[in-house]
Write a protein that binds this ligand. Structure first.
Ligand code: OSB
Ligand code: MG
Length: 369
């Protein structure tokens, strides 16, 4: 297969509701959409998940455009490859870091590879599920009452796991009040690196609320202090920000820095690397779930396909389109029914890109040949 043309689009879509984490508030989604064409006339799609600001990780929309235009696209355009594994394992192997930039081309190549065989992306990745369980990530609100209301709505919609964003001052009291109203829901917290080991007493206090896990409590680049913390906590630690590669996952598991991993395709450099981490976690008995980056429909479609793999044993952050967008960029939208999404079986990502919507939300585009 040979990719002969790639169009990058700088997209901007308003979020229906602002999303607040310990590192900031998002009001809209500003991202790069990738459309890759082959010499045989196939089209593959992917979303880049770098954010406009370097607050979640160090990559941004601008650094990703730079990496794509000046380094990554010249390495793949008009180059023959047999399998999408070759992108990250071969063409990009000498480029350090920049996982989100690499991931979006890997994902477009996987979509093309599936379409070439007339198979769904889930099936070519080794997916075994017809349906996947879905959880929801609930941002920091103005009040605990408002949070309780949102949990109630999501519960009624069928969501199977409730992740609450926490930060210093929005943690123990929040969990205490939520557990008084909802003693048994599958509940977890995500700190996005808002604490240090000096907060050990507070983090231990969270052990009283039988949380499924606490996600990334300590520094975004740490696996040493997390191991120390895990040894003192009953609640399993799940790592998000700290895991960029198979090697990071192997070392974190070896050190006991986490008991669960949040897989984000963008953060770890694409689907080839995601499969490697998946297989290792299955071997090591480490539960996995698929995280989200507030993707629009095309990014979500990749997350849904990956979640069909058997090692994704916990509900992921793949909530339906209706929680983010007035209009999504795929047809049909991502629908969550009884807390589940049906994994599409049509070729590639399995959702049709909606060109009218895509054009409507495009600020700027450029085609590379
Ligand atoms: O830490 O998982 C995170 C969104 C943006 C950046 C980081 C994170 C998140 C989410 C939202 O939690 C998950 C989603 O609904 O897509
Ligand atoms: Mg997280």
């Amino acid at each position: 297969m040979k990719i002969t043309e790639v169009t990058l689009r700088h997209m901007k879509m308003d979020l229906l509701y602002p999303f607040t984490t310990s590192f900031g508030t998002e009001y809209d989604k500003d991202f790069i959409l990738v459309e890759a064409k082959t010499e045989d006339g196939l089209t593959g799609w992917a979303e880049n998940v770098a954010m406009p600001t370097p607050y979640y990780n160090e990559e941004t929309v601008k650094t990703n455009w730079h990496l794509l235009e000046d380094f990554l696209l010249p390495l793949i355009l008009n180059k023959e490859f047999q399998h999408p594994d070759e992108l990250t394992e071969n063409f990009f192997a000498h480029i350090r870091g920049n996982y989100m930039a690499k991931a979006c081309l890997d994902m477009a190549a996987w979509d093309l590879y599936a379409r070439e065989q007339n198979r769904s992306l889930a099936s070519v990745l080794g997916g075994t599920k017809d349906q996947i369980d879905v959880g929801v990530s609930i941002g920091i609100k103005d009040s605990i009452e408002e949070t309780l209301e949102v949990i109630g709505e999501r519960l009624a919609e069928g969501y199977k796991r409730f992740k609450l964003k926490i930060k210093p001052g929005w943690d123990v009291e929040l969990m205490d009040k939520v557990r008084k109203v909802y003693p048994n829901i599958p509940l977890m917290a995500d700190a996005n690196s808002a604490y240090t080991l000096e907060d050990i007493d507070l983090l231990k206090a969270l052990d009283d609320y039988h949380l499924m896990m606490i996600e990334q409590p300590l520094a975004y680049n740490d696996i040493i202090d997390h191991a120390d913390l895990q040894a003192q906590l009953k609640t399993p630690i799940c790592l998000d920000e700290s895991i960029h590669s198979f090697e990071d996952a192997r070392k974190a598991i070896k050190l006991g820095s986490c008991k669960i991993i949040n897989m984000k395709i963008g953060r770890i450099g694409g689907l080839t690397q995601a499969k490697k981490i998946h297989d290792y976690c299955v071997e090591q008995n480490v539960p996995l779930w698929c995280g989200g980056m507030l993707e629009a429909g095309i990014g979500r479609a990749h997350n849904i396909a990956l979640t069909a793999l058997p090692g994704f044993t916990l509900p992921g952050d793949t909530a339906g389109s209706a929680l983010y967008w007035k209009e999504d960029i795929i047809c049909p939208e991502v629908i969550v029914e009884n807390g589940m999404i049906t994994v599409p079986t049509s070729p590639g990502i399995g959702y049709e890109p909606d060109m009218d919507k895509i054009n409507k939300f495009t600020l700027y585009s450029k085609t590379y040949r």
